[in-house]
Design a protein. Structure first.
Length: 229
């Protein structure tokens, strides 16, 4: 029994990325290979988003998500999002997340992302005791389903649904060749780093509850539209 279960999970783990799965035509409208980005397409994986060597980020002008996939089983993901706080509009949590690693497309239509250990995230929560920190992020992520649509105006669009069914913002195909950092563990040790301020770039905004409110609530409104960024 135990052996059978282990064997099945092993088979799932070693099955090739675009394998013999019960994938439908919708999965195969076009290859997953390439780079996908949501909304205004300002968040894009690759060297323009993350510097894993010193665990810093290059902040995009707007929030969004991006995923890239190779045809041989590697992925990278870049996420920049805000989450509001209904009880206090000043308490907007900002998060930057960068991971890369390997992915599996399961027979049942789900997708598993298994990050290498060098992923990291920065959390800024002006209302928390520790308001700004960067930490390792290497959680395995399950996407219960995914699908590629063809939008008459915007072309191919990737929809992914998180483990609990929550949709990821739909992403447009921004390139058919994946824009990614090298697909291997890039940082072995835990580097020291200084927390940067989200939003401290182009706009000249600083992370103060008053300063970010207008921008963040604009973004938040968009995010609330129906998707969790
Ligand atoms: C995906 O499409 C390619 C070419 O269009 C085809 O050869 C392949 O069988 C399709 N795979 C699936 C799982 O439908
Ligand atoms: C982090 O690394 C990047 C790329 O190597 C570099 O441009 C940037 O200045 C570094 N940032 C810090 C704070 O060291
Ligand atoms: C919302 O902000 C309040 C402080 O005003 C804080 O106590 C609470 O934990 C926050 N809720 C969330 C979900 O962050
Ligand atoms: C597909 O299989 C995985 C691994 O067993 C499981 O975690 C996931 O919930 C399954 N997805 C669906 C849609 O049943
Ligand atoms: C795949 O399809 C076959 C029949 O076509 C079915 O027996 C099997 O349960 C399906 N597997 C999954 C994981 O959905
Ligand atoms: C994932 O990160 C945790 C710390 O958050 C660490 O203890 C664990 O060893 C890491 N896993 C891998 C596979 O590196």
């Amino acid at each position: 029994m135990f052996f059978a279960a282990s064997l099945i999970s092993l088979l799932l783990l070693v099955s090739p990325a675009l394998g013999q799965a019960n994938l439908t035509a919708a999965h195969n409208l076009t290859s997953l290979e390439g780079t996908w980005s949501s909304g205004s397409r300002q968040v894009v994986t690759g060297p323009g988003f993350a510097n894993p060597n010193n665990r810093t980020f290059i902040y995009p002008p707007t929030a969004g998500v991006s995923y890239s996939f190779t045809d041989d089983g590697f992925f990278e993901s870049a996420r920049y999002r805000f989450t509001g706080n209904g009880s206090d509009p000043h308490c907007i949590l900002g998060a930057m997340v960068w991971i890369h690693g390997t992915y599996q497309l399961l027979d049942n239509g789900s997708m598993i992302l298994a990050p290498f250990a060098d992923g990291y995230q920065q959390i800024q929560d002006p209302c928390a005791a520790q308001s700004n920190f960067i930490e390792q992020y290497n959680d395995t992520e399950l996407y219960i389903s995914w699908q590629i649509f063809q939008d008459p105006v915007d072309g191919y669009k990737l929809h992914m649904f998180q483990f609990d069914g929550t949709p990821v913002a739909p992403q447009f195909q921004v390139s058919t060749t994946p824009n990614m950092l090298p697909t291997q563990l890039l940082v072995n040790d835990t580097p020291s780093f200084v927390a940067q301020s989200l939003l401290a770039t182009n706009s000249g905004e600083t992370w103060t509850p008053g300063g970010i409110t207008a921008l963040a609530s604009a973004i938040f409104t968009v995010a609330l539209g129906s998707f969790l960024l």
